[in-house]
Design a protein around this ligand. Structure first.
Ligand code: RET
Length: 241
């Protein structure tokens, strides 16, 4: 009977103190709801904002699918789904770079700027995966390289070419750009904390007691849904005029 139940239902139990399992579950639902919200609202905006809202929806939708698998992987193996985590990020973080390009396009953003941001984010994530999933013994070195790529992105959007374009655009676009910049500086800084909680290094004594997956899951909810809502808000305030 027990076996039959397992075969038919196959829903593993979840302990009430399984915060990783819980945040994977809630994260999955939140990403699905956010995707429905972005996709369904898309056509109520002027044509020039539709691609931005579509990309917001794609970011949360790709995450929803990965969260579905990560939740399952955790429930089955009680182990961090590092591979799925990084596949999710390697698809969604470049799309967040595309969002910067899309909102600054009217101000003259070039494809070169877009590819520079995408390139830096790829370096950041590939080296992060190397330290977390492949060569943990050198996690601090990989983490430092990843951090350098991260700060390069911060530099471009806060002080570099992207900032200059946003300033020349002014108005709602500048406001939205500045909020997205804060997401990258503060919201994205959650991830290196998760990394330090889950890999060996000088920082173990500081962050070692925290749970890497819980931190990553909180980071994803804030950054993917929050980022999308900033773009949504920009579309609302610019379409009504
Ligand atoms: C939706 C997913 C997002 C916004 C993921 C962002 C991930 C990062 C900003 C990760 C950064 C890392 C470092 C800066 C150093 C340590 C390794 C990483 C990959 C965790």
């Amino acid at each position: 009977m027990e076996t039959l139940n397992n075969m038919l239902l196959a829903v593993p139990k979840m302990a009430t103190d399984d915060y990783v399992g819980f945040t994977f579950f809630v994260g999955c639902m939140a990403m699905m709801a956010a995707s429905a919200f972005f996709f369904l609202s898309m056509n109520s905006f002027d044509a020039k904002w539709r691609t931005s809202i579509l990309v917001s929806g794609l970011i949360t939708f790709i995450a929803a699918v990965h969260y579905y698998y990560m939740r399952d992987y955790w429930a089955t193996n009680a182990e961090s789904p590092t591979f799925f985590r990084y596949v999710d990020w390697i698809l969604t973080v470049p799309l967040m770079c595309v969002e910067f390009y899309l909102i600054l396009r009217a101000a003259g953003a070039t494809k070169r700027l877009m590819w520079t941001l995408i390139g830096a984010s790829t370096v950041m994530l590939v080296t992060g995966y190397a330290g977390e999933g492949v060569d943990q013994a050198n996690a601090q070195v990989w983490g430092a390289v990843s951090g350098a790529a991260y700060f390069y992105i911060v530099y471009i959007i806060w002080f570099g070419e992207a900032k200059a374009l946003a300033t020349s655009a002014g108005g709602e676009v500048l406001k939205a750009h500045n909020i997205l910049c804060k997401f990258v500086l503060i919201g994205w800084a959650i991830y290196p904390i998760g990394y330090m909680a889950g890999t060996p290094g000088w920082y173990e004594g500081i962050f070692g007691g925290l749970d890497m997956d819980v931190i990553y899951n909180i980071g994803d909810a804030i950054n993917k849904i929050g980022f999308g809502l900033v773009v949504y808000n920009l579309a609302v305030s610019s379409s009504s005029k």
